[in-house]
Write a protein that binds this ligand. Structure first.
Ligand SMILES: [Zn+2]
Length: 223
């Protein structure tokens, strides 16, 4: 089954199990809180029910639309579990997939970049010229934010870089121009991973080749 990478855009929000769809459970952890609402059973699809917790053993759901006629008593806390992205596990798997391609060339070094929400450095490639070329991931679907991030990285790191986002739709003409200006690489998670039964996340052969050629151009003999 195809991984629903778009679910990453909810981070750091916690979701009910069914809301994660086919997203791999290996990359999820249980959140501390429980759901504040569930789907309505009476007006299915168009309504929701608020969860009211009178005590840990007395939980009810009350319809948002029909507060008197539509309610469920005796709901179990267990049925209201929420799951959130296990960000450490996810970033580690993603970084390791980059490292697995060219093990000698990639140093995994995960670090949150605080200037923006949901932007991390995964590590850096070390090319034949001994220079470091960083790899980033940002969980956004906002094209303007992506453009600002690309400019920020260019100025702050002053290096060619690779950047990942969950979906390719965020990549518009302005972002493309910014990427091409310095021969950087943009990749969407939905395009680069091949299915792997253990969700070890494995880069497709084409992407490995793209990255390889990108690093090669920083070799002294290529200049
Ligand atoms: Zn309802």
């Amino acid at each position: 089954m195809k991984i629903e990478w778009g679910k990453l855009l909810n981070y750091p929000e916690a979701l009910q199990e069914h809301q994660w769809g086919s997203f791999p459970s290996q990359m999820l952890i249980l959140a501390n809180d429980i759901a504040e609402y569930i789907d309505c059973t009476k007006f299915s699809g168009t309504c929701y029910m608020n969860i009211v917790e009178h005590s840990r053993s007395d939980i009810v759901a009350v319809c948002h639309r029909d507060t008197l006629g539509c309610r469920i008593d005796g709901i179990k806390r267990n049925d209201l579990k929420l799951w959130k992205l296990d960000i450490d596990s996810f970033l580690d798997r993603t970084a390791r997939s980059l490292a697995a391609t060219h093990q000698d060339w990639f140093n995994k070094n995960i670090e949150k970049i605080d200037v923006f929400d949901n932007l991390w450095r995964l590590g850096q490639y070390v090319a034949y010229d001994k220079q470091e070329y960083p790899a980033f991931i940002v969980l956004t679907n906002d094209s303007l934010e992506l453009l600002n991030i690309l400019r920020f990285i260019s100025i702050t790191f002053n290096k060619n870089f690779l950047i990942l986002t969950p979906l390719k739709a965020v990549f518009n003409a302005s972002a493309e121009a910014e990427i091409l200006r310095f021969t950087n690489i943009f990749l969407a998670l939905e395009d680069i991973f091949v299915e792997n039964s253990e969700y070890g996340l494995e880069l497709s052969g084409d992407v490995q080749k793209t990255i390889y050629n990108w690093i090669l151009q920083f070799s002294p003999w290529k200049r």
